[in-house]
Design a protein around this ligand. Structure first.
Ligand code: GDP
Length: 659
């Protein structure tokens, strides 16, 4: 029997908002009065003016100074007194190169010992070049360049993906997050105490020469800047989903190759290597399947990220693993996506295998919809295997269409494209073969991606970024990657990490491998952070605006839709809570009520159990503090999935946060 069969026949259109699965019903549930609702609606304009906004010039001055000093410290370490460095920066009007020359020429008299010899050589050899090329080279030396991002929630979420019964029996069976080890208990408990927040903020302040007590953001018109950016192209985050072996990696690898994102030499190398490994048919997949283990096993495990462009968009592509063991990684990828490509294998028997029992086609479709993806392109792939037959295409699209409608996708937001990932037909240009043109006149895959509607970006809300990866790169500080869910950030700003409730400075921002001064909601970025120990940060931590921190709790209430479950859910049921990049053991501590699917009215109070297909209000308790938001305030940070013993058992939205 197929998983989630219960959702067939489920009328999402009736139950939920047009554009969002859970929007309407949450509001209905609580009959929130306009005055109560007002407290949940964030508005930058309504903020009490506690801090005088510093002049843009003043702010930029300080940020530039700090940035210059950081770059100089890379070269000089602590060998030059800060005062001298500040003076040099000011004297040279913020030209790091010249400032370095000044202090080095002074220092050579005093025999300065530098931390990074190469950097000094670089600093010296770039002399005489134009300022831009000098600073570009400096930047490439000092600001770490991320060539490819990966969402490696794998380590954490895979660790948690143990049968829940065992997890409950043994308590917390997974490697504890470093920041929350017993010796850090004070930090953990401090998560909930505003006093401790202040103390730890103070302790973690990096001494900066031009320190000010408050650092409000200068008012940049982010929306206007966003429109100008990337030559006016919109950014879109795209996740590729589907059953293992459907051809996801091959399809996207080939698309990237045809777009010129992979050069001929590299492709030739992949062809030779894959041939040698006896896996010639995987050459295109190797463009995306980076790790040795992935290639060895022939499956994608992590979520790889790459960038490509269409005529009107810049796409961040996430290739999610199709194998069922890696669903938690797939959730991480999907939670960060705006739109999705669902790849299905058209070969006889293969489509059916992916669609029916144990296949990932349904589970993935349902997951992405529950995680907020509303637009879908279905690549009916390997059409070469069925001689581009129209009947087979129709058979597949009609079966899928029914399911996707029931999973909550609007018919007008789903497009079906016949493709061959291996042959490359209908990927970036329309296939000219008469086998296809005689019955298909629609878009090729690239045209379809280009025609996706750009999603709304919550740039007016306070800054939020959920950490997808954390790593040490060359240079001081460390890097985190993730999608900015709300707000915007500029280089030099201070950020609060929750948990562990500590602040740091964003020394650098990288977007699509390029250093940038600012980034906004919707952007997948890498932040270089200073003033905090890397050991404190884990996948799942949320970086936020210190003045508008995210809520942290271990107990919250939620409205859930129960998927197909074999045993009914009772009080005390252990689950794995997945949202964004978080994967955390939790317990359903209270069954508050069963709700009517369409009206949201309470049909039963304090039920003894919850059965498949039901809508219910429950209370959850997590093992460790987690950062989340009410769905009403931040849809992206208020929606989650519950899994049990390797299956997704419910999707939910946060309605009330307890302590
Ligand atoms: P993934 O697990 O969904 O990423 O699938 P892969 O991209 O690794 O592909 C699995 C296998 O299907 C590989 O042997 C590919 O060469 C093959 N494949 C992928 N796309 C096509 C296609 O369009 N036609 C044919 N005949 N084979 C394909």
């Amino acid at each position: 029997m197929a998983r989630h069969r219960n959702v067939r026949g489920y009328n999402y259109d009736e139950d939920f908002e047009d554009d969002d699965v859970y929007g309407q019903s949450v509001e209905d549930d609580y009959c929130i009065s306009p005055s109560t609702a007002a407290q949940f609606i964030y508005s930058r304009r309504d903020k009490p003016a506690t801090f005088a906004e510093p002049l843009e010039e003043e702010y930029g001055y300080e940020a530039r100074l700090n940035s210059c000093l950081d770059q100089m410290r890379e070269v000089l370490a602590e060998s030059i007194p800060e005062q001298a460095m500040v003076q040099a920066v000011l004297d040279t009007k913020f030209d790091v190169q010249k400032a370095l020359d000044v202090v080095l020429s002074q220092g050579s008299k005093q025999n300065v010992k530098t931390k990074n010899k190469d950097a000094v050589i670089l600093a010296k050899t770039t002399k005489g070049k134009t300022r831009d090329s000098q600073s570009a080279r400096m930047e490439s030396e000092i600001v770490p360049k991320i060539t490819k991002m990966t969402v490696s929630g794998k380590k954490q979420s895979m660790g948690f993906e143990v049968p829940c019964a065992i997890a409950e029996e043994n308590g917390h069976t997974n490697t504890p997050q470093k920041g929350l080890l017993p010796e850090d208990a004070s930090v953990a408990s401090g998560v909930l105490s505003p006093q401790v927040v202040q103390v730890s903020e103070e302790q973690n302040m990096v001494p900066t020469p031009a320190k000010k007590s408050s650092k409000a953001k200068p008012q940049i018109d982010v929306k206007a800047e966003l429109e100008k950016r990337q030559g006016g192209k919109q950014l879109l985050n795209l996740v590729v989903i589907g059953h293992v072996d459907a051809g996801k990696s091959t399809l996207m690898g080939h698309l990237l190759y045809l777009l010129g994102n992979v050069n001929k030499r590299t492709m030739h190398k992949y062809e030779q290597e894959s041939k040698k490994a006896g896996k010639a048919s995987f050459a295109y997949a190797w463009v995306l399947d980076e790790t040795g283990e992935e290639r060895e096993r022939g499956v994608t495990m992590d979520v790889g990220m790459t960038k490509f462009e269409t005529p009107t968009k810049v796409i961040t592509l996430m290739d999610a693993p199709g194998h069922k063991d890696f669903i938690p990684n797939m959730i991480t990828g999907a939670a960060q996506a705006d739109v999705a490509i669902l790849v299905v294998d058209a070969s006889r028997g293969e489509f059916e295998a992916g669609f029916e029992t144990g296949g990932q086609t349904r589970e993935h479709g349902l997951l992405v919809r529950s995680l907020g993806v509303t637009q879908l392109a279905v690549a009916v792939n390997k059409m070469d295997q069925v001689n581009w037959q129209q009947e087979r295409f129709q058979e597949i699209t009609s079966k899928l269409g029914q399911f996707l409608k029931q999973a909550g996708f609007k018919e007008s937001d789903v497009a079906y494209i016949p493709t061959s990932g291996l042959g490359g037909e209908n990927l970036v240009t329309r296939c000219q073969s008469s086998d296809l043109t005689q019955w298909y006149k629609g878009n090729c895959l690239l045209e379809q991606i280009d025609s996706f509607k750009p999603p709304q970006r919550s740039v007016d809300k306070p800054f939020r970024l959920c950490v997808a990866d954390v790593f040490k790169d060359q240079g001081s500080g460390f890097c985190v990657t993730g999608k900015i869910e709300a707000g915007y950030i500029q280089v030099g700003e201070r950020l609060l990490a929750m948990p562990p409730n500590e602040t740091c400075t964003a020394k650098g921002i990288t977007l699509h491998d390029e250093p940038v001064d600012w980034a906004a909601a919707g952007d997948h970025v890498s932040l270089t952070l200073t003033g905090m120990d890397i050991i404190k940060i884990n996948v799942g931590c949320v970086f936020c605006d210190p003045k508008e921190p995210i809520k942290v709790c271990t107990r919250f209430r939620a409205r859930v839709l129960i998927f197909n479950i074999e045993i009914p859910i009772t009080k005390g049921f252990p689950v794995l809570l997945h949202y964004q990049t978080v994967s955390e053991p939790a317990t359903i501590t209270r069954l508050l009520s069963v709700l009517h699917k369409s009206t949201g009215e309470v049909t039963k109070k304090k039920p003894k159990f919850l059965a498949k297909g039901q809508n219910a209000l429950i209370e959850l308790q997590t093992q460790r503090p987690i950062a989340l938001e009410l769905y009403k305030d931040f849809k992206e940070l208020g929606r989650f999935m519950l899994r049990y013993s390797g299956s997704t058992i419910a999707a939910g939205v946060v309605t009330e946060i307890k302590e």
